[in-house]
Design a binder for this molecule. Structure first.
Ligand SMILES: NC(=O)c1ccc[n+]([C@@H]2O[C@H](COP(=O)([O-])OP(=O)(O)OC[C@H]3O[C@@H](n4cnc5c(N)ncnc54)[C@H](O)[C@@H]3O)[C@@H](O)[C@H]2O)c1
Length: 401
């Protein structure tokens, strides 16, 4: 089949890598630098095996493009564009709209259009279908479906092949064709009764994580006040074989999903007049963690950070990726600066960020570990400063959560 994948970021490129083993794939992205890098073998996402994309390019089953006309004869179009929040923290569907415009203006034949971008229930039915129809030059009987993406970049044990995938079409034919497509590279497909159920399930999965992370972050603060180890307590609770799932405390949540998706759910809840109190409180707790960490560091260092040299170690939002979107490291740095500290950062995976570059490890009085990548050596970090605060819980023998 001829597949077009709109958006070649973490999700779209991952799908391209898997789908191009079985289909002819066009990777459409409106960022021309991304397209050029892909076609010339300079991958921009470390989680996708570059050899797979190279193999697909060499065998003619994958090509990246910014030219909308290349979408014209696609049989299946997969949407994998960002769904962020606006400045006033509302769902921002502008990327979805521009993707629908490219699809509508360029598709020449009826196709199956599948959304993989995360959004609120009703997006496929009430936004994507009407938008594609609005931009189509002539009416075409496209089919529409949702299959929310569950990929966890940087993770090797669960991938596109073995992660169970939810899906639902707007019609029975759309569902059948969606199943046919994904079954070529995914082992476990689960059909639900409507696109809205699949859309809501994706939001609830990430809300579950957001709320539990907030709960354990609050518990870390309670444990510290009680003088007990949060990690030992969590390990003890985790010996219960049922009814408990361990989450680890951290500097907060980051990335494109956990800080964002629950707010999509809260948005539709508020439209229906239902309060989403857990989501709101969890957002508050997670966003307060950087301040809490800085207050702990300050308390350990004579009550003031004014003029002190502090290095933040690990600024990616999670280990082994260079993604800094919504990273809690940014709030930690902001709070350190607000407290008068001289701040540098070190991250061998991120390398450059906000126009600054990763500094050598060390040379500071205080180090705060926010994210620990596998390439970082625990012993080097532990000897990098006289005082270390570890927010990851992975370094033994130092202060931390
Ligand atoms: N990153 C994850 O771990 C993850 C996991 C599951 C679901 N998702 C969801 O998948 C969606 C995509 O996320 P991502 O992390 O891949 O984003 P990303 O920012 O890594 O990639 C998006 C790509 O889309 C391109 N793009 C934007 N508008 C476009 C348009 N109109 N036409 C063509 N290309 C366009 C951008 O240039 C970019 O390369 C989001 O809805 C996200 O919530 C992400």
């Amino acid at each position: 089949m001829k597949i077009a994948i709109i958006g070649q970021g973490y999700v779209g490129l991952t799908i391209s890598a898997f789908a191009s083993k079985h289909h002819k794939v066009i990777g459409f992205d409106n960022n021309t630098v991304t397209v050029e890098n892909l076609n010339t073998g300079k991958w921009h996402i470390e989680c996708v095996d570059s050899s797979e994309i190279k193999r697909a390019i060499d065998s003619g089953t994958f090509r990246a493009t910014s030219n909308g006309a290349d979408l014209s004869d696609a049989e299946i179009v997969v949407i994998a564009v960002p769904t962020p929040l606006t400045k006033d923290r509302k769902p921002d569907l502008t990327f979805i709209e521009s993707a629908c415009k490219s699809i509508g203006e360029n598709l020449m034949n009826p196709a199956l259009i599948i959304n993989e971008s995360t959004s609120f229930p009703g997006t496929v039915r009430n936004y994507i279908k009407p938008l594609v129809e609005k931009y189509s030059k002539e009416p075409l009987n496209h089919l529409y479906a949702i299959s929310p993406e569950r990929v966890d970049p940087g993770r090797v044990d669960w991938n596109q092949k073995n992660t169970p995938r939810l899906y639902a079409g707007l019609t029975a034919e759309a569902s059948t064709k969606t199943r046919e497509f994904y079954s070529t590279f995914c082992d476990n497909l689960i059909e639900v009764s409507s696109p809205e159920v699949a859309e809501a399930a994706k939001l609830f999965e990430n809300t579950f994580r957001q709320v539990n992370i907030a709960l354990v972050n609050e518990f870390a603060q309670i444990s510290h006040a009680l003088g007990i180890s949060v990690h030992e307590t969590l390990d003890a609770a985790n010996t219960k074989p049922y009814g408990f799932m361990k989450f680890n405390p951290s500097a907060g949540v980051g990335g494109h999903c956990i800080p964002v998706d629950p707010t999509y759910l809260a948005f539709v809840a508020s439209q229906k007049g239902v309060p989403a109190t857990f989501i709101e409180r969890a957002n508050e707790v997670n966003l307060e963690m950087p301040k809490y960490i800085v207050s702990r560091v300050m308390a350990d260092n004579g009550g003031s950070l004014t003029g002190k040299k502090v290095q933040v170690i690990g600024v990616a939002y999670k280990p082994n990726v260079s993604d800094t979107r919504e990273t809690p490291a940014e709030l930690v740095i902001e709070e350190l600066i607000a407290q008068g500290a001289q701040v540098s950062w070190h991250d061998p995976v991120v390398k450059s960020w906000h126009g600054t570059v990763s500094e050598e490890l060390g040379g500071c009085e205080i180090a705060i570990v926010v994210t620990l990548h596998d390439v970082m050596e625990a012993s080097s970090i532990k000897s990098s400063a006289p005082y270390i605060f570890d927010a990851t819980g992975k370094l033994s023998g130092v202060r931390g959560l």
